[in-house]
Ligand binder design. Sequence first.
Ligand code: C5P
Length: 279
Amino acid sequence: MRLEAPAKLNLRLLVGPRRADGYHPLTTLMVALDGLADAVTVAPAEARRVSCPGIEGIEGPDNLAWRALDALEAEARRPLPCAVTIDKRIPAQAGLGGGSSDAAAALVGADRLHGLGLGPERLERVAARVGSDVPFFVRGGAQWAEGRGELLRPASVGPFAAVLARGDAGLSTGAVYAAFDRLPPPPPAVVAASCNRLSYGEVVAGSRNDLWGAALALAPGLGATARALAAAGADAVLLCGSGSCLAGLFPTRPDAETAAASLGLHGFCAVVEGPAAPA
Ligand code: C5P
């Protein structure tokens, strides 16, 4: 069984002060992307295997997909052996949700392979135990997310394209949130965060990522990449999640492709479109 595990973009990411459990309350608009995805295969096996051919350090128990299978076995109360193979295309530590998307694909794939029939609600509950972004990837499409990212509400977002430009170094989510805590709190949001249908213009007008200052403090080189994206005509430039990738927003793919060609960015990543339809 082969599943596409798409990357995501946070078109708006508002972050509140750290909670007692260490997490930060979010209001975020997340969209699955078309054009950048890992390929995840889930196959019958005698014992569990999680492999990422060609990539070291994220195989076996170190992979979030392994922890997803632990959580699924706990829910099903039985062993669910399978071989998960992840063909990685989404860069790691980029804020594009690659690891979380792979974990969601492993959950969905193992649920189908073993005929559990847990259904979307239970799968999302299991996903929330694995990581803040994993429930979003079980659902896909475009969603408002609140809580630490696990409380989802469907949104409708007009089509857009984005140039994704990679930062020089990856950023750890935990480190970026810790840097956020050391900075003054962001100003209150001016644009209402509850609109369910957003045109491209509304997405641009409301684009914001409260982790930008923290990511920039940890990786100052991001400033030059952001300026290059703006100079290439992006209507908005956004940090992806907790970074280190940056996204420049454009109304259409040809606009984004022209801009990407003019940029010649070091470590350029991809031109994508959104939102992708749920699988
Ligand atoms: O949930 P996940 O394991 O993806 O989160 C990784 C880290 O990011 C957490 O340990 C926490 O430090 C930080 N985080 C946060 N607030 C969130 C989501 C993540 O502080 N809403």
